[in-house]
Design a protein around this ligand. Structure first.
Ligand SMILES: [Zn+2]
Length: 70
């Protein structure tokens, strides 16, 4: 799989919006629940627009090659 194919797939899946399409902010308001549900909707930390689910954030992070420290 080449890079262009993976980027296209990422866009087509309508996953987590790393950049808010309303205000362009990268800030995300994380869930306040003690045990966030994977289906919880994360909102923009600036304008409150929905950005995607917690699960989609994980999927997007994995596909984008972002590694979380263990
Ligand atoms: Zn926003």
């Amino acid at each position: 799989m080449d890079v262009e194919t993976s980027i296209t797939t990422l866009m087509d899946r309508q996953t987590f919006k790393l950049v808010c399409d309303r205000c362009g902010s990268l800030t995300v308001a994380l869930p306040t629940e003690a045990q966030p549900n994977p289906c919880s909707i994360l909102k923009c930390g600036r304008c409150g627009s929905p950005r995607g689910t917690l699960q989609s954030l994980r999927d997007t992070s994995i596909q984008a090659g972002i590694r979380h420290p263990v």
